[in-house]
Design a protein around this ligand. Sequence first.
Ligand SMILES: N[C@@H](Cc1ccccc1)C(=O)O
Length: 481
Amino acid sequence: MELTLNEKRLLVALGPTGSADATILAKKMSARPEAVVQYANLAGERGLVNVEKRISRRFTPTEEGRTYLGKGLPERQLLESFGETIPMRDLQRHPLAKIGIGWMRKKGWVAIRDGVVQKTGASAPGPDEAAFARLGESGAVEDSVGVADLLRRGLVAEEEAVTYIVSMAPGGKALLAGGLDLQEETGTLTRDQILSGAWKGLSLRRYDVGKLPKRVYPGKIHPYQRLLDEMRRILFDMGFTEMAGGIVQSSFWNFDALFQPQDHPAREMQDTFFLGERWPLPAGYERVRDMHEFGGATSSTGWGGVWSAEKAQQCVLRTHTTSLSIQHLARHPKPPVKAFCIGRVYRREAIDPTHLAEFEQLEGVVMDEGVNFRHLLGFLKEFYGKMGFEKVRFRPGYFPYTEPSVEPEVYVDGLGWVELGGAGVFRQEVTAPFGIEHPVLAWGLGISRVAMLKLGLRDLRQLYRSDVEWVRETPTYGGRR
Ligand SMILES: N[C@@H](Cc1ccccc1)C(=O)O
């Protein structure tokens, strides 16, 4: 083992006592205490010494406290300034009278009658004076009853003292016993030393070029957040704007506006988190009602039956971000619309490694004159491609609000084809009540799924755990940033 000269000197300084405070070692080595702590930590890593950090509370005099040091507390000085009695008026001329008289009375040392101050005979020093005397001797005191009194009077202040105790470990002892060469070492050669050849006679400090430095973990964005940021950037790059909305939605916006029948199984208690609140229906809700009951002014026949306004008012934790898409379109019924959102959605799932009751969805809508199903497939291919899924295929799907509907699948090495979201063209039953006259392409996907695939996770819950080790070890992917 190659030791630095400083480490050797530390062992030599430590030798006689086996254990010492870093400040004492610093004096012996004529070095700064911080430097000694640094040498000791290095030697500690090699098992030569042990370093123990001790933090202690102590109290040192304040500026006011210092003025009494060696002389005594004001009441003591005042008490000793007169004999058995003194007229109050005379005592008041003493510079410490203001503070001292009150304390003398409080401590029962004097009584005042008819303008005359008279000693009671009791004036034994209390714990505060004892502590103050100790303070005078050593400059600092440990906590005690008396110190608490001094602290209250503002005569001492608390200080945290850190001391490092360095003690010899068996490794260091053995090295020291074997004898250490304390010749000065050269770490950096000068130009002159090289030119003159003097370097040949120097004892050079050795470097272990094979040794890895200590790992450092700089601040890092959570892998899932990185992925969300990347998706957001991809969509901005593709010309989308971001839409926003609340986590709580009325059933009207979460289901009815999307032509989901009121007796649809997804609207059952076991699938959706219903809330106690009810929200009023928006103006023009009757067109949605008519659409459900008989198809409104369109060629659709609707679902039939009676549509309940009460059911539509019931609030839910949004079960999909499509509830934001339809509201965005209701506010912007004229083309072009090209918007996306990333947000958390809630479903009453039995929780297991691949299903959680809350997860993030990404949603996109495109509305413009003449866009069609083929454009939708193109958008999806492009988006998934930018996400790093090169092979994408589409299977027919079903959603109450789109026709035609597809379920995109991406190819993942080792897993094969994996379903990733849903997409389709909004039905007239969805668009007509809001006066939307052009085709709307819509798609959505669970992005915690994407994260699982991209980060190679077996358990979705890993995304939501506070596992700093995992965050540290997960490489930043994609190479974009
Ligand atoms: N909302 C659907 C996804 C989807 C969005 C838009 C159109 C079609 C399907 C889901 O949660 O699975």
